[in-house]
Write a protein that binds this ligand. Structure first.
Ligand SMILES: *Cc1c(COP(=O)(O)O)cnc(C)c1O
Length: 422
């Protein structure tokens, strides 16, 4: 992968040779006021809209207009089983089995519902371990679970931290924590791909370590789903949650995904919060039956879901299904590797990439620290037509997405960065 070359011609040639390049045309690319396409680097925050999404949503609007309540059974894609149309493709995207996969609720809500079942503190084993740079919502969620069970949210929280002067987390340090405090830890809940550094954790290794010390292990894969090959089933994790509005291009605030490992699929004794949608489909509408939980991840649903949002997810998953996550990640590695190559030309003194340099330990995102930079740098980039993400104190996050970003995008971005920082 080190045979990248400088120059715009090289970037254009890479786009010509890329057999996924035509997908860019299947997305709406945001434009500036003059109508020029922006360099969109924030697919890690809100993925772009597939042009097909509108017709998927329109189908449901029409069926609702024409059929009213009958649409539950008579719509082209009947609403009663609508979530089932998403299960298999979503399972493929995250490397899970269909019985382990469900689209429901929103991300932080799913995280809480998973903790209702999988955070089972006792008097002596009640602590929760998370990474020190966890996404704020995840940290708030686990702290509130500690308080909910009557524990102190500071004393009960154990942080997996980078070493002094480092940004990335080391497994040796996780193991050290587990060796000394493992018996106190009920749950390990880690962001599968860290939102800040872009570090993609080895889910299998992390899970095996946690299980060895008797902890339950779950992941928040918001920055992993649609970005890296997660292989959730193979990881052995107890549960995972993710959203669909980032790399899964399903629209702002869209529904989230949830994974429950197959080994828990038929365990009716797992405590959980339930609703009519977790109840046996055959008798759900008898309305009076004693509760009879569905097997697998479906058994964690509560409500009948918002079909318009599911239609947007279906539009996106149909595209993922067509290409396959494997092929997408292959292109992603080339694209991000090229970005890294160009950034290195700017000089090690000016720019430091805090994301791991090993392509297996990251997704598409690079988190870039620019020497002596402040938010002004981000403002200048924005003025220059780049949509990127700024994190205080000095980090720019850029996420070239293989579905719609081109090598030319990366070339232009690097040129703009150069003219601003050098
Ligand atoms: C994006 C993101 C969230 C956002 O949570 P919502 O419930 O969808 O608002 C939470 N956690 C992580 C790790 C994220 O990346």
């Amino acid at each position: 992968m080190s045979n990248y070359k400088l120059g715009l011609d090289y970037a254009k040639e890479q786009d010509q040779n890329d057999d996924l390049s035509h997908y860019r045309n299947q997305f709406h690319i945001p434009k500036d006021k003059q109508g020029n396409e922006l360099i969109y680097m924030t697919g890690n925050s809100l993925g772009l809209q597939p042009k097909a999404t509108k017709s998927y949503i329109n189908q449901e609007l029409e069926d609702w207009a024409n059929l009213g309540v009958e649409g539950h059974t008579e719509a082209k894609n009947p609403w009663l089983p609508y979530h089932e149309f998403l299960t298999e493709s979503m399972a493929n995207v995250v490397g899970a089995k269909p019985i382990e996969t469900i689209v429901m609720n929103t991300l932080t809500a799913n995280l809480h519902f998973m903790m209702v079942s999988f955070y089972k503190p006792t008097k002596t084993r009640y602590k929760i371990l998370i990474e020190s740079d966890a996404f704020p919502s995840d940290k708030y969620a686990v702290e509130s679970q500690l308080r909910h069970h009557g524990f102190d949210d500071k004393e009960g929280l154990i942080l997996w931290k980078p070493r002094e002067g480092e940004e990335l987390l080391r497994y040796e340090d996780l193991e050290d924590i587990l060796k000394t405090q493992g018996v106190d830890i009920a749950l390990i809940m880690i962001g599968g791909v860290n939102y800040y550094t872009g570090q993609f954790f080895d889910l299998k290794k992390t899970t095996e370590l946690g299980h060895k010390y008797g902890c339950v292990v779950g992941f928040d894969c918001a920055h992993g789903a649609g970005n890296v090959e997660l292989n959730l089933h193979g990881s052995g994790a107890d549960f995972a949650v993710w959203c669909t509005y980032k790399y899964l291009n399903s629209g702002p605030g869209s529904l989230a995904g949830c994974f429950v490992h197959e080994r828990h699929a038929h365990n009716k004794n797992l405590n959980r919060f339930t609703g009519w949608w977790s109840h046996n489909k055959q008798t759900r509408f008898n309305m009076r039956d004693e509760f009879d939980v569905l097997p697998g991840a479906e058994g964690w649903q509560l409500s009948n879901p918002p079909i318009l949002s599911m239609a947007a997810i279906k539009a996106s998953l149909d595209m993922f299904n067509e290409v396959g996550i494997k092929k997408l990640t292959e292109k992603s590695r080339k694209l991000t590797g090229y970005f890294e190559f160009l950034l290195k030309q700017l000089g090690e003194g000016t720019i430091k990439i805090i994301t791991p340099s090993n392509p297996k330990e990251r997704g598409c995102q690079l988190s870039i620290q620019v020497k002596n930079a402040d938010k002004n740098l981000h403002n200048k980039l924005t003025e220059a037509g780049v949509i990127s993400d700024w994190r205080e104190p000095d980090v720019i996050r850029c996420a070239p997405v293989p579905f719609y970003n081109s090598f030319e995008d990366i070339y232009i971005l690097a040129e703009k960065l150069k003219s601003i920082v050098c």
